[in-house]
Design a protein around this ligand. Structure first.
Ligand SMILES: [Cu+2]
Length: 436
């Protein structure tokens, strides 16, 4: 173990000791690699594990939560009910982080924060002001640092204004259709070494979901040795070079559109072709049905969607959610970080994108890229990989400002119209014949 890793190494060793102790106290529980007991309340859960929020514009989000030793917060049975829908529309069976992989640029350190560095155990208690307008719930942390005190007030649920949901000038002067949108926010803070990760799940009243991880805390004090051109000076003059590194965050999603785990995956690509004589170029969009497992790579004008096998909206269009990748710096250093999205056929044993610690049978690979091996895709697990290459800057001290990375799931034909449409415009579905 390198001297400059003492702090993190010590942290890790301490956790192993505590985890084993915890294992000794709970019958049948193993060491740190043991599976959390199936306390899963899904699909129905008791009130303590239920999150239900009706937002100002009339949309209700419902879900269950539980907490895992490694991945931390898990959201299950997530449904969305906009105004005008008689019952909740199921979106996800489950959603959680799938890994946070942190390789340093000098090649000396590489961490799997979820599976090897006790992300889940590092749940931080939230100060009263950290969940403005909301509720901080108590989480029982499996394999907690201190097995005598596993209860942490560490789960915030609250709402937050997000500005315009829409705006449209009406026909009569002075008439404006506009609504201000609100999100339900669900978040935890997990400390890993010197970093603190804010895992935020945002559920908008228009049916959009935003998953983001914000890294904050403090730069690892051991990593100021980058005199080798692989860091950035953040002390006075040409010294105190903080070593650059990547944060590669994976999310693991199981869709349950309209209550079914069965779903199709489609990829869309648009190609722009120049026209002669300076005329407007033309664009052609093609759909590729993804029938087998896929390691997908982002490209300009490319996107994917997960389509319900059963549910249709009131226009008769199959309900789907589109994966909208956020800004990413893909890290090509490992085969499991080389793709932006992985669609694998559901396998309960495949829980983490790298160094999956579960025993899935002899020879079963440990990393998500190896789970893409030609199986027919009928019940997809979706793995989204978003990378951030962190070259420290002077502003990173002190504390380090939160840097965010993530993606969104955008409803596509879940409802027949804008779910927040005002009554006066409710007949404007399809070709709008205006006097313009
Ligand atoms: Cu960083």
């Amino acid at each position: 173990m390198r001297v400059n890793r003492i702090s993190r190494a010590r942290t890790a060793a301490g956790a192993v000791a505590l985890a084993s102790l915890a294992g000794g106290l709970t019958a049948g529980a193993g060491p740190a690699t043991a599976q959390p007991r199936a306390a899963a309340p899904a699909p129905a859960c008791s009130a303590a594990y239920r999150i239900e929020q009706k937002l100002a514009n009339g949309t209700t989000w419902r879900m269950c939560w539980r907490y895992e030793a490694k991945a931390g917060l898990v959201l299950e049975d997530v449904s969305y009910q906009p105004p005008g829908e008689a019952k909740p529309i199921k979106v996800l069976n489950s959603a959680k982080l799938g890994q946070i992989h942190v390789p340093y640029d000098d090649g000396k350190n590489e961490y799997d924060d979820l599976t090897s560095y006790f992300f889940g155990a590092g749940l931080m208690p939230l100060a009263p002001g950290e969940c403005p307008g909301g509720t901080i719930r108590t989480v029982k942390v499996p394999e907690a640092w201190d097995p005598q005190n596993p209860n942490v007030k560490g789960l915030c649920t609250t709402t937050r204004a997000r500005g315009h949901a829409y705006r449209m000038q009406g026909d009569t002067p002075g008439k404006v259709y506009q609504k201000q949108g609100t999100d339900l926010l669900v978040y935890t803070v997990n400390k890993v070494g010197w970093y603190e990760y804010i895992s935020e799940w945002r559920f908008a009243d228009d049916g959009t979901l935003h998953m983001n991880v914000g890294a904050t805390g403090t730069l690892a004090p051991e990593d100021y040795d980058a005199g080798d051109g692989r860091g950035w000076p953040i002390g006075k003059g040409a010294k105190d070079y903080a070593t650059s590194h990547s944060h590669n965050v994976f999310w693991r999603l199981n869709f349950g559109l309209d209550g079914s785990s069965k779903a199709r995956v489609e990829q869309y690509d648009s190609k722009v072709t120049a026209s002669p004589n300076g005329r407007t170029p033309t664009t052609k969009t093609t759909r590729t049905k993804i029938t087998k497992e896929l390691a997908g790579n982002s490209a300009n004008m490319r996107w994917w969607r997960v389509v319900s096998d059963t549910g249709k909206n009131k226009d008769g269009h199959p309900r789907s959610y589109e994966i909208a990748q956020g800004a990413t710096s893909k890290y090509p250093g490992r085969s499991f970080t080389k793709s932006d999205v992985f669609f694998t056929q559901y396998n309960k044993c495949e829980q983490y994108a790298s160094n999956n610690p579960l025993n899935c049978g002899a020879g079963h690979p440990k990393n998500v890229d190896k789970w893409v091996n030609g199986q027919t895709l009928t019940n997809p697990t979706v793995w989204v990989n978003v990378g951030f290459h962190h070259i420290a800057r002077d502003e990173d001290q002190q504390p380090m400002p939160v840097h965010w990375q993530g993606f969104s799931l955008v409803p596509r034909d879940v409802t027949a119209m804008n779910p927040l449409t005002p009554k006066e415009l409710a007949d404007q579905n399809g070709h709008v014949r205006s006097g313009r």
